[in-house]
Design a protein around this ligand. Structure first.
Ligand SMILES: [Zn+2]
Length: 154
Protein backbone atom coordinates (compact mmCIF):
# COMPACT_ATOMS: atom_id res chain seq x y z
CA UNK A 1 0.00 0.00 0.00
CA UNK A 2 1.30 3.43 -0.86
CA UNK A 3 1.07 6.67 1.10
CA UNK A 4 -1.62 7.83 -1.30
CA UNK A 5 -3.85 4.75 -1.08
CA UNK A 6 -3.64 4.68 2.74
CA UNK A 7 -4.70 8.32 3.08
CA UNK A 8 -8.37 9.16 3.55
CA UNK A 9 -10.07 10.68 0.49
CA UNK A 10 -10.01 14.07 2.18
CA UNK A 11 -6.31 13.92 3.14
CA UNK A 12 -5.37 12.69 -0.34
CA UNK A 13 -7.17 15.56 -2.08
CA UNK A 14 -5.98 18.23 0.38
CA UNK A 15 -2.45 16.83 0.02
CA UNK A 16 -2.76 17.13 -3.74
CA UNK A 17 -3.79 20.77 -3.34
CA UNK A 18 -0.81 21.41 -1.04
CA UNK A 19 1.45 19.83 -3.66
CA UNK A 20 -0.12 21.98 -6.41
CA UNK A 21 0.19 25.14 -4.31
CA UNK A 22 3.86 24.41 -3.62
CA UNK A 23 3.42 24.10 0.15
CA UNK A 24 6.33 21.66 0.28
CA UNK A 25 9.25 23.95 1.15
CA UNK A 26 12.00 21.33 0.89
CA UNK A 27 12.43 17.58 0.64
CA UNK A 28 15.44 15.30 0.66
CA UNK A 29 16.00 11.54 0.78
CA UNK A 30 16.87 10.08 4.17
CA UNK A 31 17.74 6.42 4.00
CA UNK A 32 16.81 4.04 1.18
CA UNK A 33 13.05 4.36 1.25
CA UNK A 34 12.40 7.51 3.30
CA UNK A 35 12.16 11.20 2.59
CA UNK A 36 12.25 14.07 5.01
CA UNK A 37 11.06 17.61 4.45
CA UNK A 38 9.19 20.69 5.58
CA UNK A 39 5.62 21.48 4.61
CA UNK A 40 3.91 24.80 5.20
CA UNK A 41 0.58 24.51 7.05
CA UNK A 42 -2.59 26.53 6.51
CA UNK A 43 -1.98 28.79 9.55
CA UNK A 44 1.59 29.76 8.70
CA UNK A 45 3.04 26.91 10.77
CA UNK A 46 5.71 24.65 9.30
CA UNK A 47 5.66 20.92 9.87
CA UNK A 48 8.49 18.39 9.85
CA UNK A 49 7.41 15.48 7.72
CA UNK A 50 9.05 12.09 7.18
CA UNK A 51 7.53 9.56 4.81
CA UNK A 52 8.57 5.93 4.87
CA UNK A 53 7.74 4.26 1.55
CA UNK A 54 8.31 0.68 2.70
CA UNK A 55 6.36 1.17 5.95
CA UNK A 56 3.92 4.02 5.17
CA UNK A 57 2.26 3.74 8.60
CA UNK A 58 5.60 4.66 10.18
CA UNK A 59 5.55 8.02 8.41
CA UNK A 60 5.55 10.98 10.74
CA UNK A 61 4.38 14.58 10.75
CA UNK A 62 4.44 17.17 13.53
CA UNK A 63 0.99 18.58 12.64
CA UNK A 64 -1.72 18.26 15.34
CA UNK A 65 -3.72 15.87 13.18
CA UNK A 66 -0.97 13.28 12.76
CA UNK A 67 1.40 13.78 15.71
CA UNK A 68 1.64 10.56 17.71
CA UNK A 69 -0.91 8.76 15.53
CA UNK A 70 -0.47 6.20 12.77
CA UNK A 71 -2.41 8.10 10.14
CA UNK A 72 -1.45 9.51 6.76
CA UNK A 73 -2.01 13.29 6.77
CA UNK A 74 -2.20 15.78 3.90
CA UNK A 75 1.36 16.96 4.57
CA UNK A 76 2.70 13.44 4.03
CA UNK A 77 0.68 13.19 0.81
CA UNK A 78 2.02 16.56 -0.39
CA UNK A 79 5.60 15.47 0.31
CA UNK A 80 5.01 12.14 -1.44
CA UNK A 81 3.58 13.82 -4.55
CA UNK A 82 6.50 16.24 -4.65
CA UNK A 83 8.91 13.29 -4.75
CA UNK A 84 6.74 11.43 -7.31
CA UNK A 85 4.99 14.06 -9.45
CA UNK A 86 3.88 11.41 -11.99
CA UNK A 87 1.76 9.91 -9.19
CA UNK A 88 0.09 13.31 -8.79
CA UNK A 89 -0.84 13.39 -12.48
CA UNK A 90 -2.29 9.89 -12.25
CA UNK A 91 -4.13 10.70 -9.04
CA UNK A 92 -5.86 13.81 -10.38
CA UNK A 93 -6.76 12.00 -13.62
CA UNK A 94 -8.50 9.30 -11.56
CA UNK A 95 -10.29 11.86 -9.38
CA UNK A 96 -11.53 13.76 -12.42
CA UNK A 97 -12.68 10.55 -14.12
CA UNK A 98 -14.64 9.72 -10.96
CA UNK A 99 -16.22 13.20 -10.84
CA UNK A 100 -17.22 12.93 -14.52
CA UNK A 101 -18.78 9.54 -13.86
CA UNK A 102 -20.74 10.92 -10.91
CA UNK A 103 -21.89 13.91 -12.96
CA UNK A 104 -23.02 11.67 -15.82
CA UNK A 105 -24.90 9.38 -13.45
CA UNK A 106 -26.60 12.44 -11.92
CA UNK A 107 -27.61 13.77 -15.35
CA UNK A 108 -29.01 10.38 -16.35
CA UNK A 109 -31.04 10.23 -13.16
CA UNK A 110 -32.42 13.74 -13.74
CA UNK A 111 -33.34 12.80 -17.31
CA UNK A 112 -35.16 9.70 -16.10
CA UNK A 113 -37.08 11.69 -13.48
CA UNK A 114 -38.04 14.45 -15.93
CA UNK A 115 -39.14 11.90 -18.48
CA UNK A 116 -41.25 10.04 -15.92
CA UNK A 117 -42.83 13.07 -14.22
CA UNK A 118 -43.79 14.72 -17.51
CA UNK A 119 -45.80 11.63 -18.42
CA UNK A 120 -47.80 11.43 -15.19
CA UNK A 121 -51.45 12.50 -14.90
CA UNK A 122 -52.50 15.08 -12.29
CA UNK A 123 -54.05 12.42 -10.02
CA UNK A 124 -50.91 10.30 -10.25
CA UNK A 125 -48.77 13.32 -9.37
CA UNK A 126 -50.98 14.11 -6.36
CA UNK A 127 -50.76 10.54 -5.09
CA UNK A 128 -46.99 10.43 -5.61
CA UNK A 129 -46.47 13.80 -3.91
CA UNK A 130 -48.59 12.89 -0.89
CA UNK A 131 -46.80 9.55 -0.63
CA UNK A 132 -43.41 11.34 -0.58
CA UNK A 133 -44.64 13.86 2.00
CA UNK A 134 -46.18 11.27 4.31
CA UNK A 135 -43.32 8.78 4.18
CA UNK A 136 -40.31 11.09 3.66
CA UNK A 137 -38.22 13.01 6.19
CA UNK A 138 -39.69 15.91 8.15
CA UNK A 139 -37.50 18.54 6.45
CA UNK A 140 -39.23 17.62 3.19
CA UNK A 141 -42.63 18.52 4.65
CA UNK A 142 -41.28 21.79 6.05
CA UNK A 143 -39.72 22.67 2.73
CA UNK A 144 -42.96 21.91 0.94
CA UNK A 145 -44.98 24.10 3.31
CA UNK A 146 -42.36 26.90 3.05
CA UNK A 147 -42.49 26.81 -0.74
CA UNK A 148 -46.22 26.31 -1.31
CA UNK A 149 -47.87 27.65 1.81
CA UNK A 150 -50.10 26.04 4.42
CA UNK A 151 -53.60 26.93 3.26
CA UNK A 152 -55.23 24.80 5.95
CA UNK A 153 -54.65 27.57 8.52
CA UNK A 154 -56.43 30.24 6.50
ZN1 LIG B 1 0.64 16.54 8.88
Amino acid sequence: MSILSLASGQSAYRGYEYFQNKKVLRVEPCGDTSYHGTVSGSNGAQYDVTIDLSHPRKSQCTCPHAAGRRIICKHMVALYLTVFPEEAAQYIAEVEAYWNEQEQAQEQLEDRLLHRVHRMKKSELQTALLDLLFTGPEWQVERFLDSYGDFYEE
